[in-house]
Design a protein around this ligand. Structure first.
Ligand code: BGC
Length: 376
């Protein structure tokens, strides 16, 4: 197996790609294919550049996206032009336009605002430059055919099932209390996380086994603008001081690590975090360094480990095929409708990370060093 697959917990993952134009199956074969294509981008004598558009440098995960995409594309013989949109839709549009002017061979776009790129993607199409969506979908355009995605509903389902299993809701005679914190209203991913979670929680809520004392369960009322931890914190402050005066909260479905951090701060301010009044179960995703430290400290209960390496590998494979004018051969795909067309998406299986498997997943997969997460 080539360096391309170094450190991957391959056997745990739902693998979706096979060789571009080949007849092999499975990731190992895909890795070999990609490795065999090493240098193919230079075959014409001219090194091609792939534009990588990432939403912001502020999110730790985006730095991982940059690192892995660069590594895979370089291995395939491409140069990369990485741009961070600084959390601004207009900046991302002009970065894509500059890439077109500079003659990139293809673009991988992780949108800051998936609704704001219709024209930019149309310009890529008009210039004959393939563009694919990465991590979040690009909406309302027929010119995005492929999307390197996580299993979005699966992530929400994993978070919800974790709560249900940890509390043993099924066998409990007493009801448990729960609140829900979903992501930014404009983030299409958050809709899927939400529906994946509610498919599991709603039957227990309906049966009275889980009680949402605030009554706030729909996507709108649970949404957290900009995925802001401090906005989650102030909503949680209000919920606790209004609805949880006589009863403790047992669990909070928080869709990512930033929301979990805000909710945990609010709970601590309200006196949670002692033996008599333990912190509620909280969920997350992204494996931020802060969340991993919080899990090690016994505060946040879980996060979802999303294998960014495989996400980047899938995107690199797809864009390489498209640049060569070939059709990617993909397995285990789903489609997401972006308002204009059904977009073919690869999926990376999410994994629940707790204090028990933290070291194995994070250190074992070279996600962070032990030092970075304060283990040495
Ligand atoms: C991503 C999550 C991230 C969230 C906030 C979502 O679209 O899938 O990984 O936590 O945005 O940045």
């Amino acid at each position: 197996m080539k360096k391309l697959l170094k450190g991957l917990a391959v056997s745990l993952l739902a693998i979706s790609l096979v060789g571009c134009g080949g007849d092999t199956a499975g990731t190992e074969a895909a890795g070999e294919t990609a490795a065999a294509q090493e240098g193919a981008a230079e075959a014409s004598g001219e090194t091609k550049t792939i534009g990588i558009c990432l939403p912001t440098q502020e999110l730790a995960r985006c730095l991982k996206d940059q690192e892995y995409l660069t590594e895979f594309l370089n291995e395939m013989g491409y140069e990369v032009d990485v741009q961070f949109a600084k959390g601004d839709a207009a900046t991302q549009v002009s970065q894509i336009e500059n890439m077109i002017t500079n003659g990139v061979a293809g673009v991988i776009i992780s949108p800051w605002n998936g609704d704001a790129l219709t024209t930019a993607v149309q310009k890529c199409h008009d210039a004959g430059i393939p563009a694919i969506a990465y991590d979040a979908l690009i909406m309302n355009t027929p010119y995005i055919e492929y999307y390197s995605a996580d299993d979005l509903e699966g992530i929400g389902g994993l978070q919800a099932q974790f709560i249900v299993d940890t509390l043993d809701v099924e066998n409990s005679t007493e009801p448990y209390t729960i609140e829900i914190f979903s992501g930014d209203q404009a983030d299409n991913n958050a809709n899927y996380f939400y529906s994946g979670a509610m498919n599991i929680l709603q039957p227990y809520i309906d049966a009275g086994k889980l009680q949402v004392l605030s009554g706030q369960t729909d996507r709108n009322t649970t949404a957290t603008p900009e995925w802001s931890g401090s906005k989650a914190q102030s909503r949680m402050d209000t919920i606790l001081s209004t609805y949880y005066l006589d009863q403790d909260i047992d669990a909070v479905l928080t869709q990512n690590d930033d929301l979990a951090a805000g909710v945990i701060s609010a709970c601590k301010s309200a006196g949670y975090g002692t033996e008599d009044k333990p912190l509620p179960i909280t969920t997350g995703q992204d494996c931020t360094i802060a969340a991993l430290k919080s899990i090690l400290a016994g505060e946040q209960t879980m996060t979802v480990y999303k294998d960014i390496r495989t996400l980047a590998q899938n995107a690199s494979y797809i864009i390489d095929c498209l640049v060569k004018g070939e059709t990617p051969e993909l397995e285990n795909t789903v489609t997401y409708n972006n308002g204009a067309v059904d977009v073919t998406a690869t999926r990376v299986e999410p994994i629940a990370l707790t204090v028990d498997n933290l070291e194995e997943l994070i250190i074992g997969n070279n996600f962070y060093t032990a030092e970075e997460i304060g283990l040495e």
